[in-house]
Design a protein around this ligand. Structure first.
Ligand SMILES: Cc1cc2nc3c(=O)[nH]c(=O)nc-3n(C[C@H](O)[C@H](O)[C@H](O)COP(=O)(O)OP(=O)(O)OC[C@H]3O[C@@H](n4cnc5c(N)ncnc54)[C@H](O)[C@@H]3O)c2cc1C
Length: 294
């Protein structure tokens, strides 16, 4: 239903997209009624990379790097508050998880989105104009005015041009569609292209398949010289603190980050998944070959 009216509501801040980035802004603004705000997302309801939500995947960062805690530890949309709300805080502590499951974190994000009335789903932003004083935001359901606009529209999956016209849903597909439907790899030779976190998760998922569902052979391709894990050490993590981010405008800091990137030290693959793949191959099956760019 289109809700266009002559009365155009004005907000201090309008958010476009409501994935984790803008949901964080929305959560931080929730207890600040003086900053009127509204956020729009085109999806029917909150979803965090559903097509890549493979079994047993976990969050790559600390649970304290949730939507709000680092900026506002008393905010009601913290991960701890989510656990408390569901009566699971003590059990969570007793479980002593090394890592938080991505499914659990996705549920937390969904809970935060559903409990914030300033977040609207099923509403796509179609255009933005500026009249010299306000942004004019046209959605699929209405027009609003905003003094500030925060764009958190995410990124689109990268598909190299030379394969873009050969991708279909059954045999050649991008990882963002992997979990969306059951695929039968029975006795097939499967090639996984990409040595990052998503490629590693796909390889592990394939290795864990058994019986009729298992592929005959897996080839894992990477242009890197090795399967490098994320550097999660304190000094590297320190590059991402807000203080460093302001200093990083300084050329020296930027060149250090460029250097770390070139050394693959800021890649995102968690070490645990490398161990899991390696021990899986070592203990049970011999179907994985890897091709590295050396
Ligand atoms: C599988 C996967 C796992 C990840 N795991 C981690 C992790 O463990 N730790 C970590 O730190 N990072 C992780 N990341 C990286 C990063 O945190 C996520 O990609 C995160 O989702 C980025 O959030 P975002 O809000 O910027 O973008 P997105 O999540 O892509 O959200 C963008 C939103 O904007 C909406 N949108 C776009 N255009 C419009 C429009 N015109 N109108 C209305 N809505 C619109 C989309 O519907 C979407 O909901 C992961 C990424 C992936 C792909």
């Amino acid at each position: 239903m289109i809700l266009f009216t002559n009365e155009t509501k004005e907000f201090e801040l309008v958010g476009i997209g409501c994935g984790p980035s803008n949901l964080s802004v929305a959560s931080l603004l929730h207890n600040k009624p003086e900053i009127t705000n509204i956020f729009f997302d085109q999806k029917p309801s909150f979803a965090w990379h559903d097509g890549m939500m493979l079994k047993n995947t976990s969050l790559q960062v600390s649970m304290f790097k949730d939507l709000v805690t680092l900026a506002d530890p008393t905010n009601k949309f913290s991960f701890v508050s989510y656990l408390h709300h569901h009566g699971r805080l003590l059990q969570f502590l007793n479980s002593k998880f090394d890592q938080i499951s991505r499914l659990e974190f996705a549920d937390y994000l969904k809970w935060a989105a559903e409990n914030n009335s300033n977040v609207c789903f099923n509403e796509s932003v179609n255009s933005i104009d500026f009249n010299g004083e306000h942004f004019i935001i046209n959605t699929s359901r209405r027009r609003v005015l905003g003094k500030h606009v925060v764009i958190g529209a995410g990124i689109t999956p990268y598909v190299p041009q030379f394969v873009s016209d050969q991708l279909d849903c059954d045999t050649n597909f991008h990882i963002h569609e992997f979990a969306k439907r059951q695929r039968n790899f029975d006795g097939k030779k499967v090639v996984v292209v990409g040595g990052g976190q998503s490629g590693a998760e796909a390889v592990l998922e394939l290795l864990n398949r058994t019986g009729n569902n298992a592929p005959r052979e897996i080839i894992w391709l990477s242009r890197r010289e090795n399967f490098f894990p994320i550097d999660d050490s304190p000094f590297t993590n320190d590059f991402f603190t807000p203080l460093i981010r302001t200093i990083s405008l300084n050329k020296i800091q930027i060149s250090v980050i460029v250097f770390l990137n070139a050394m693959y030290l800021l890649v995102t693959v968690s070490q645990s998944i490398h161990y899991e793949i390696f021990t899986n191959v070592f203990t049970s099956c011999d179907i994985l070959s890897v091709l590295l760019c050396v």
